[in-house]
Ligand binder design. Structure first.
Ligand SMILES: N[C@@H](CCC(=O)N[C@@H](CS)C(=O)NCC(=O)O)C(=O)O
Length: 214
């Protein structure tokens, strides 16, 4: 068993969906160790890795005997587990807990499921690409109806301040920057605020992805 005090993150690159886990741990000052796997070399498909993540995807974390996949589930777990380090989730008895769950789940179930289509252009015709872009753009117009009024009133998605929900949102939003952020002052300010956080910079969340060894 690996050192239970360190959280082991299995990923392909710092800018895959492990980004949000790393950023969260940097914010909380919790130790972690990255383990880079190469899909090209078949390292996501080895029996050893499939024991941790049967789908052969990343991120996966190992914390002592606990093995977890699904980035938002990992983020929810870690934010609660390390509350004492730096509170990134509202207390269980706080009414904001509902809003926290709402945005954590929305960031992936609604936002990311659409934004991810921007990364599916390979092998598609120009017409198909334009169709995807139109769909994403239309959906983003709807998403902004939820995001903008909140971020016009407050600096972070929860009234009480910065939380793991901001990490999830800010990790996903750049994928559809032109449709969500460009020309939208509240979202431009929000992303600027988040991208300048020392923990995000240290975790290299917004750096250009280096997938050469992935
Ligand atoms: N919903 C999952 C998505 C996991 C996922 O698809 N990860 C990508 C990298 S960001 C992956 O492992 N791709 C490798 C593959 O599909 O072969 C999560 O958020 O953890």
């Amino acid at each position: 068993m690996k050192d239970p005090k360190t959280i082991h993150i299995y990923c392909m690159a710092k800018q895959d969906r492990s980004d949000r886990v790393r950023w969260l741990l940097e914010e909380m000052g919790v130790d972690y160790q990255d383990h880079f796997l190469s899909r090209k070399k078949g390292e996501l498909a080895t029996p050893e890795y499939r024991k941790l993540n049967p789908m052969g995807r990343v991120p996966t974390i190992v914390e002592g005997d606990t093995v977890l996949f699904e980035s938002v589930g990992i983020a929810l777990y870690l934010a609660d587990r390390y509350q004492s380090k730096n509170k990134l989730a509202p207390s269980f008895d706080s009414p904001e807990r509902g809003h926290y769950y709402q945005w954590m789940v929305w960031s992936v179930a609604s936002l990311e499921s659409v934004v991810a289509r921007m990364f599916t252009f390979d092998g598609k015709s120009e017409g198909e690409v334009n169709e995807i872009k139109k769909y994403v753009s239309d959906q983003c117009r709807i998403f902004k109806l939820a995001l903008v009024p909140v971020l016009e009133k407050q600096d972070f998605i929860l009234k009480s301040g910065f939380s793991a929900a901001d990490i999830m949102l800010a990790a996903v939003i750049p994928g559809a920057w032109d449709y969500l952020v460009k020309g939208e002052p509240a979202l431009e300010r929000y992303m600027d605020r988040l991208m300048k956080r020392p923990a995000a910079i240290k975790a290299q969340v917004f750096d250009t992805p280096d997938m050469t060894n992935a």
